[in-house]
Structure formats: structure tokens, C-alpha cells
Design a protein around this ligand. Structure first.
Ligand code: 2P0
Length: 333
């Protein structure tokens, strides 16, 4: 085991094509369904962790501001798992920066906990395998288990009570199919209902929840096959189906959860119009109002042109399929 000290890690956000919505165990944060995502290169979290002798409790600085309350408590609990694995009790100074809006449906908890898992474990002197890192990241946030890996990633639901098989793995590398994602940012406020509360509420009140869970067994192999065969139409079909189904489950909760705004709806229609016009593109929407346009790379300029100046679109961010979490050793290294 190496020395306890500091480490810095970077991780990319990921967008699910077959979505994680619902838990089979809240305490261990085990998903009720498997999921498949693309890790992206332009929405990045960079996190540094330093364990200190004589520290008096953990501190967390997010995007330059000292965090307290539930955010600090969630990070501290995560650090407890790392301390337990490393057999030490030192307090940590954590600093984290996102290159994009936090908590607005751009998967900040995915890149955040993936980066924290690597930085904290390395700083604690642990050398975890990618699989162990994914299990650790999952305890912080389910989708973070996927951001440990680059390219196309599948998260397994697992069936073990201890969650050791609820883990992600790379399905295909970024080079296998260099798709582009154009993210249309339509709202920058943190969402009213976080994913965690939204999932619990859906499980407890949505009449569609059990059907949703059962349906994953059909969507996952279709999505996996479309990726491995690089079949864009098949990927578009299963991804849009799964996305609208997830939102239908949330909307049918009581009271209903609606993550979309007017622009989200207009852009979903526009994605379908673009495809009718022959542009290879489809949409997906996560727990927020942003619309992700997934397209063949040669279509990205056309997609951006169709969306430029669209009323309600605050920003367009183009992403490529990106790498998994890695240690940050300094600029250019
Ligand atoms: C996903 N989402 O598969 C889905 C689609 C949101 C919509 O994974 O409770 O923040 O921390 O495990 O990882 C968001 O869920 O939830 C998410 P927790 P997380 O990307």
C-alpha cells in the first residue's frame, strides 16, 4: 500500500440510453434495473482529495464555495467507506469543480462520485481495480458506477444482497463507434425533485413502476446489440422508447414528476423532425429539462445549425464519447 496523502482525479458525465430509475435496496444503493450509457468528454468533474493529520472533520468546496449540510454529509459518508477500506481515520479536504451546471440533469453526481472514488481511494493509499472502483462509486451515486469507464458502458442490476455484482463494465470502447452528442441546455436551475427522491416516489406511487422494471430485460439486450452492431436506427428506437417510458413512470407518480419544460417538448419534436429529414439523430432526456441529441459525428454540424438560436435554448454543448475516470497528473500528462 502506498502513502496516504493527496490525489486528483477527473471523470466525465454519462448519458443513459437505457436508464436507471429505481432501486432494489436503498441502503446499499442497488439499482432495480440495469442500464447502458455513453461516457462523454466535455462535461468533466475534477476533484482533489487530501487526507490531513490533525484535521477536524471533512471539508468540501464545490465550484469555489464551501459546502455544508446534506451535500457535505453525503461526501463524508462516502469518505467513511474509503477510510474503512484503508483502515484509517484521517479527515479530508475535498475540492471539486464541474465544467458544467451542477444538479440540472447533466449527470453531475455521476462524474462527481466517479472522480471522488478515484481521488479519495488513491489519496488513502488504495489501488482499487476498475471493478472495485465502480462498486465504490455506485455507493455514492448509482450512475457514477458507469462514469468509472469510458465509451459505452453497461451497469448490471446484480442479484446479490451485498451488491457485489451491481457493477458497471465497458461494453465498447470510444473508438468502436465515435458518436457525437449535442446537449441543448434549456434550464440551469437545480431540479425541484432530485433523482433519488424521484425514484423512491415512482416506486411507491407510480402504477407503471413494476412494468418499467420488468421491461429492462428486453431493452438492455436490444441496446447492447445495437451498440455492438453499430446499428444507429436500432439504437435510436430502443433509446427513445426507454427514455419516454422512464418519464412516463415518473409522470404517472402521485403527485406526478415532470422534469421537462416547454423547450424540452419542442426539442423532442424537433429531433424526430430531423430524423424524418434524413439526419441520423435521436434524443434522450434525463432527470432534468436538457435534451441530448445523439448523432453520427458527420451530422453534428447540421444538428447544431437546426438548434442555433432556438427560443429557450441557453447553450449547446457538443461532446464526443469520452474516457473513463483517471488520475490527473497535471496539464498535458
Ligand atoms: C440514468 N438517472 O440512468 C438515470 C436517468 C436519471 C435519469 O441515474 O440515487 O443520481 O445517486 O443512485 O445516479 C440519476 O440517478 O441516483 C440517474 P442515485 P443518480 O442516468
Amino acid at each position: 500500500m502506498s502513502k496516504i496523502g493527496n490525489a486528483i482525479a477527473v471523470a466525465g458525465a454519462n448519458f443513459a440510453l437505457v436508464k436507471y430509475w429505481g432501486k432494489r435496496n436503498d441502503a446499499l444503493n442497488l439499482p432495480a434495473v440495469g442500464s447502458i450509457s455513453i461516457t462523454v468528454d466535455s462535461l468533466i468533474t475534477k476533484t482533489s482529495v487530501a487526507f490531513k493529520e490533525n484535521g477536524s472533520g471533512d471539508s468540501l468546496t464545490m465550484n469555489g464555495e464551501l459546502a455544508t449540510g446534506s451535500m457535505l454529509a453525503r461526501v463524508s459518508r462516502f469518505l467513511d467507506w474509503v477510510r474503512e477500506m484503508a483502515g484509517m481515520k484521517l479527515s479530508a479536504v475535498v475540492k471539486t469543480e464541474n465544467s458544467f451546471p451542477t444538479g440540472a440533469g447533466l449527470a453531475s453526481s455521476a462524474s462527481g462520485f466517479a472522480a471522488l472514488a478515484l481521488a479519495a481511494s488513491r489519496a488513502a493509499g488504495l489501488a482499487l481495480s476498475p471493478r472495485e472502483l465502480s462498486i465504490l462509486a455506485r455507493q455514492g451515486s448509482g450512475s457514477a458506477a458507469r462514469s468509472v469507464f469510458g465509451g459505452f458502458v453497461e451497469m448490471r442490476r446484480g442479484s446479490r444482497d451485498d451488491g457485489r455484482d451491481a457493477v458497471a463494465a465497458e461494453l465498447a470502447s470510444p473508438a468502436h463507434w465515435p458518436l457525437s452528442v449535442v446537449v441543448a441546455v434549456t434550464g440551469l436551475k437545480p431540479k425541484d425533485v432530485g433523482s433519488r427522491d424521484g425514484m423512491t416516489h415512482s416506486r411507491e406511487t407510480s402504477p407503471f413502476y413494476d412494468t418499467w422494471v420488468a421491461g429492462a430485460d428486453k431493452d438492455l439486450p436490444q441496446c447492447r446489440g445495437a451498440i455492438l452492431e453499430r446499428d444507429f436506427d436500432k439504437l435510436a428506437d430502443v433509446s427513445e422508447f426507454n427514455c419516454l417510458k422512464m418519464h412516463a413512470v415518473a409522470m404517472a407518480s402521485r403527485p406526478g414528476i415532470l422534469y421537462w419544460n416547454d423547450t424540452t417538448v419542442a426539442l423532442i419534436h424537433e429531433a424526430r423532425r430531423m430524423r424524418k429529414d434524413g439526419i441520423p439523430v435521436f434524443f434522450t432526456v434525463d432527470a432534468g429539462p436538457q435534451v441530448k441529441f445523439i448523432c453520427l459525428p458527420e451530422a453534428a454540424p447540421q444538428v447544431k445549425k437546426r438548434l442555433a438560436g432556438w427560443p429557450g435554448v441557453k447553450d449547446l454543448i457538443e461532446c464526443a464519447v469520452g474516457k473513463g475516470v483517471r488520475e490527473w497528473l497535471g496539464e498535458g500528462r
